[in-house]
Design a protein around this ligand. Structure first.
Ligand SMILES: O=C(O)c1cc(C(=O)O)c2c(n1)C(=O)C(=O)c1cc(C(=O)O)[nH]c1-2
Length: 254
């Protein structure tokens, strides 16, 4: 078999999964803002800014998942995927991720109104999150499932926050960590399903497998740009003696 043919053969399922996991090297856990967060270097205002901005991602997730459902003709896939919506919206008297995130907002000193009004959400975060929803509306359900695979790497970043915040940000009320604890188990379950769909659907050719890697890169970019935008929005830029504020900051009460 010559070299060209060899290069075009699809990777085995195991090799393909390893290639997807390698993409974790570009996960936002390595973004300077998240490194600073982990190391306890964020100010209270910066942490508040992150929580307020990330709320826009939280409320988008069930809409993104509803878009996937609307494009998916497979009843068995829908039966499993629909749980992602109730995870975030809640069911009966059980609170979901969106409410848990509002409680995280309160735990860092924001009011419910400051979080839910979206008044602190920066333009870059809106663009990035809207791009993710639009992707799910426009692409096939399998491609959109693949785009959710950054969740492969999410338990690690959630665990980092659970471990480091109590010592690094002792002023954050303990119940604020509820969201991250809840996601630890949910994300692991989600990944199993998302990975299964992706490995099945994209394993037909090397070209398809490369397409899956590109899709995962798109989603990594979404998360990276969210972190860039929050970092800019929450950082004072000082040059030549003048202070530039990236965003009109709403003064938050202690
Ligand atoms: O805090 C994080 O760093 C983080 C990252 C991600 C991710 O990797 O997309 C998700 C979440 N959290 C999360 O909480 C969540 O519910 C979630 C759903 C999805 C998705 O794409 O369907 N990603 C993520």
């Amino acid at each position: 078999m010559n070299a060209v043919t060899q290069a075009q053969l699809p990777w085995t399922r195991e090799e393909f999964e390893a290639k997807l996991r390698e993409k974790g090297q570009g996960y936002h856990i390595y973004h300077p803002f998240h490194v600073m967060m982990y190391e306890g270097k964020l100010t209270k205002e910066q942490l508040q800014c992150w929580v307020a901005n990330r709320f826009y991602y939280q409320i988008a997730i069930p809409m993104k998942d509803a878009a996937i459902l609307s494009n998916c003709p497979d009843k068995e896939v829908r039966k499993q995927w629909i749980v992602r919506i109730t995870d975030h919206d809640g069911v009966d008297d059980q609170i979901g991720g969106i409410e848990a995130w509002i409680k995280l907002g309160e735990a860092v000193g924001l009011t419910r109104e400051q979080v839910t009004s979206l008044e602190l959400v920066s333009p870059g975060v809106r663009f990035a999150v809207d791009a993710y929803i639009n992707f799910a509306k426009q692409r096939s359900w399998q491609e959109s499932v693949c785009s959710s695979l950054t969740e492969l790497f999410a338990p690690h970043i959630h665990q980092q926050r659970i471990s480091s915040w109590p010592s690094m940000y002792p002023w954050v009320k303990e119940e604020g960590l509820m969201y991250f604890k809840k996601r630890l188990t949910e994300a692991r379950r989600d990944v199993e399903q998302g990975l299964g769909v992706t490995l099945d659907y994209f394993s037909t050719s090397r070209e398809m497998q490369l397409k899956a890697l590109d899709i995962l890169q798109f989603k990594l970019n979404v998360l990276w740009v969210i972190a860039d935008s929050i970092m800019l929005a929450s950082t004072e830029i000082k040059t030549e003696g003048r202070d530039y504020l990236r965003q009109p900051v709403i003064k938050i009460q202690d």
